[in-house]
Design a binder for this molecule. Structure first.
Ligand SMILES: Nc1ncnc2c1ncn2[C@@H]1O[C@H](COP(=O)(O)OP(=O)(O)OP(=O)(O)O)[C@@H](O)[C@H]1O
Length: 220
């Protein structure tokens, strides 16, 4: 278990409460959370990222859980190259230059940006910027990667191809992912489990029973 919510509620005020929510994220899961505006997606993300503390119920993380969120705005450093945006977290951790650049090259290759290492951020398209943001998060190998509508500002074609790549990345790395989207089709195409939110509650959890190939043989 990476994170477990048991009857978790978050109350903004007396009128507006999200929950109670019951949800468990297991290692290697690819969950998508889908729901219309106001259904509680951002509130759930804020709870999972530790920004909000539940006002009721129990929210439990496995010890030492590290969580990284990628948002719609990729928030890259414009003065750095693509490669050096990706190395940033490892720099903060004190990894050697050789090690961080080698890992950043591999992460950029994983997101389909081999050959773009030296580009400045303004020399990249919107989709490419999102890929850099994804590589920057993946390189840190978080226990849980939260994706907050990361493709919503992109054109449909770029959106589809990035979505497909995300699925491949999940299958290849087993990275635990929780993707928030308002697009039902995207949610079902990509994830293994779809959590449907409505009026601040989990209306349904659809188990699509797709497992990352490398996890198929494991009993978990
Ligand atoms: N700061 C706030 N103060 C009071 N109520 C809030 C606040 N933020 C959100 N809410 C309420 O909490 C509920 C869930 O909102 P939330 O932002 O989590 O939904 P959402 O699914 O992320 O919506 P969107 O897709 O529009 O971002 C809604 O009823 C909303 O009105």
């Amino acid at each position: 278990m990476i994170v477990q919510l048991q009857e978790v509620e978050y109350s903004y005020n007396t009128q507006s409460t999200v929950g109670p929510l019951d949800l468990t994220v297991q290692k290697g899961d690819f969950l998508s959370v889908v729901g219309p505006s106001g259904s509680g997606k951002s509130t759930l993300l804020n709870l999972l990222s530790g920004n909000y503390k539940p006002t009721a119920g129990k929210l439990e993380f496995a010890p030492g859980t590290r969580i990284i969120m990628v948002q719609q705005d990729p928030g890259l450093f414009p003065w750095r190259t693509a490669l050096h945006n990706v190395t940033f977290g490892l720099e903060m951790q004190g990894a050697s230059r050789f090690d961080r650049e080698e890992r950043a090259r591999a992460a950029l290759e994983l997101v389909g940006l081999k050959g773009y290492e030296k580009r400045r951020i303004h020399e990249l398209s919107g989709g490419q910027k999102q890929r850099v943001a994804l590589a920057r998060a993946l390189i840190m190998k978080p226990d849980l990667l939260l994706l907050d509508e990361p493709f919503s500002a992109l054109d449909p074609h770029t959106r589809n191809s990035l979505g497909e790549e995300l699925k491949t990345i999940w299958q290849e790395t087993g990275q635990t992912i929780l993707l928030v989207t308002h697009d039902h089709i995207e949610a079902e195409l990509l994830a293994q489990k779809v959590v449907v939110l409505e009026d601040g509650k989990i209306k349904n959890v659809v188990d699509l029973e797709v497992k990352a190939p490398h996890l198929r043989t494991r009993k978990n």
